[in-house]
Design a protein. Structure first.
Length: 139
């Protein structure tokens, strides 16, 4: 009985640590308090390519710097994309040729050329500890 209790306690401790990490995104140079910041977290390149976020967050916009935290993450590769939804319509506003008219950005401060940033530039690895990544909003 004592061995079973020890094994059960060990397994519970190990499983609690599997999903105990967080990924913080520090978003810099938000230009106004208007609207909100909408962000999506992707686990792995295949989910990013398939547009299947594992988690989403929103926060009221705050001029200057703001921090979003994604919690309860296991070890692995992640990427975050976000935009400053100034008109609060839950969509990234674009002009007639598809260029964003609201601010946006990616983890690792990745930049895209004539389109979104590449996953390889955005990816952040969590390996047994919490991670902080930075991004400056592109307006």
């Amino acid at each position: 009985m004592k061995i079973k209790l020890t094994i059960a306690t060990t397994l519970l401790t190990l499983s609690a640590n599997v999903f105990s990490h967080s990924l913080q995104l520090e978003i810099r140079e938000v230009k106004s308090n208007q609207g909100k910041i909408l962000a999506q977290l992707f686990k792995g390149e295949s989910n990013y390519q398939a547009n299947k976020p594992m988690m989403a967050q929103q926060s009221m916009a705050k001029e200057g710097t703001l921090i979003l935290t994604f919690s309860n993450l296991e070890n692995g590769e992640y990427a975050i994309r976000y935009f400053h939804d100034e008109n609060s319509d839950n969509q990234l506003a674009t002009n007639l040729i598809g260029i964003p008219t609201e601010g946006y950005g990616y983890s690792n401060n990745a930049k895209g050329n004539f389109g979104p940033a590449k996953y390889q530039d955005m990816k952040v690895s969590i390996v047994d500890s919490d991670v902080i990544t930075h991004s400056t909003v592109i307006y």
